[in-house]
Design a protein around this ligand. Structure first.
Ligand code: 8YV
Length: 332
């Protein structure tokens, strides 16, 4: 009799996700959403052929060396900086992600966090909830406008481009900077102009970060970069913790080097740099850019489909390390 392959789901997912996986595999899942240590994860992965993981699971050489049966790591995210792709390839493990299905929701949230920050929404909400609102008056909680602002986007992949599309509705001037300049037709379609990083820093009233995290983009925005920005500028981090030096940001916000910031992601999540809590000019959002019911459903189902394809056909959509196929065929 053919033994079913075994799959571990490391965090809570939807019933539909589990039902889809269960059509093909023997599935164990963490529906209680417990926080597992790296060792717990390795223990639970013993004998598993596949894993559905999230951004809080680190998949590196140390883990893969201890899980020799593993053939696929399917992350329920578009970002994959928590997965060492070279190590996966060396160990013959396919790695997949969920691009596309979260683009629109993350772009919506970029606009949401930008507006919340420039219009001081969280600060105002705190005032009302504290029962300290004295009633409206002319100079209360004065913010900045998004409409007609110059908005910079760092990172111009799928999500960056849709953010640019959304921004057109606000009559903004959109600048962007990215490693590989987009084609003229793309720039024209999204109404965005390419500028150098220095120009992006100097000209943006609002700077939205939506670039992938890697050793090259670590502290892409640090003290030196903040000093090049306008003192009236607002920084929005939609990308990954570590792209901004959060300690330097807290100082810049405290000292008036920047006017405000909106953060959906943090260095060392789920910890948040303590200095940020003391500041009113930062909006702190708990990494929810993709968190709508349909989008999270789609992400989980995309990850489940990736896992099924990897373990049944060996050719998953959204394969991040196609080189692995050479490794696997050599071994086979
Ligand atoms: C998280 C994200 O993965 O897709 C990404 O890269 O950062 C988010 O969508 C989310 O927390 C899903 O678990």
């Amino acid at each position: 009799m053919n033994m079913k392959k075994k799959v571990l789901v490391t965090r809570e997912v939807f019933d539909e996700t589990l039902a889809h996986l269960a059509q093909h595999f023997d599935v164990s899942s963490n529906q209680g959403n417990e926080q597992w240590s790296a060792d717990d994860l390795v223990q639970r992965l013993q004998g598993k052929d596949g894993a559905l993981v999230t951004t809080s699971d680190r998949v590196d050489d140390a883990l893969l060396s201890r899980c020799p049966q593993l053939r696929v790591v399917s992350t329920v995210s578009v970002g994959y900086n928590h997965i060492d792709l070279d190590a996966c390839t060396r160990h013959g493990v396919m790695a997949t992600n969920t691009p596309g299905v979260l683009t629109d929701s993350v772009a919506d949230m970029a606009i949401c966090l930008t507006l919340a920050t420039v219009r001081r929404l969280a600060e105002g909400e705190r005032l009302v909830r504290a029962r300290q609102w004295p009633g409206t008056h002319l100079k209360q909680l004065l913010g900045h406008d998004l409409h007609h602002a110059t908005v910079g986007i760092a990172g111009f992949g799928r999500i960056g481009q849709v953010i640019a599309k959304r921004l057109r509705g606000f009559d903004t001037d959109v600048l962007y900077h990215t490693r590989h300049r987009a084609e003229a037709a793309v720039e024209q379609a999204y109404g965005a102009s390419y500028v150098s990083k220095d120009e992006l820093l100097a000209r943006s009233d609002i700077l939205i970060l939506i670039l992938p995290y890697s050793p090259e983009t670590h502290h892409f925005i640090g003290r030196a970069e903040m000093a090049k920005m306008k003192r009236s500028a607002v920084l929005i981090n939609m990308a990954r913790g570590g792209i901004v030096d959060d300690a330097a940001l807290a100082e810049a916000l405290r000292d008036g080097v920047l006017w405000g910031a909106g953060l959906d992601v943090y260095e060392n999540e789920p910890r948040v740099n303590e200095a940020l809590f003391a500041l009113d000019n930062v909006v702190l959002s708990p990494h929810i850019a993709s968190a709508t019911e349909p989008t999270r459903q789609n992400m989980a189902m995309t990850a489940a489909r990736n896992c099924v394809a990897a373990l049944t056909t060996g050719v998953p959509p959204n394969l991040l390390n196609p080189q692995v196929q050479a490794t696997v065929s050599r071994a086979g």
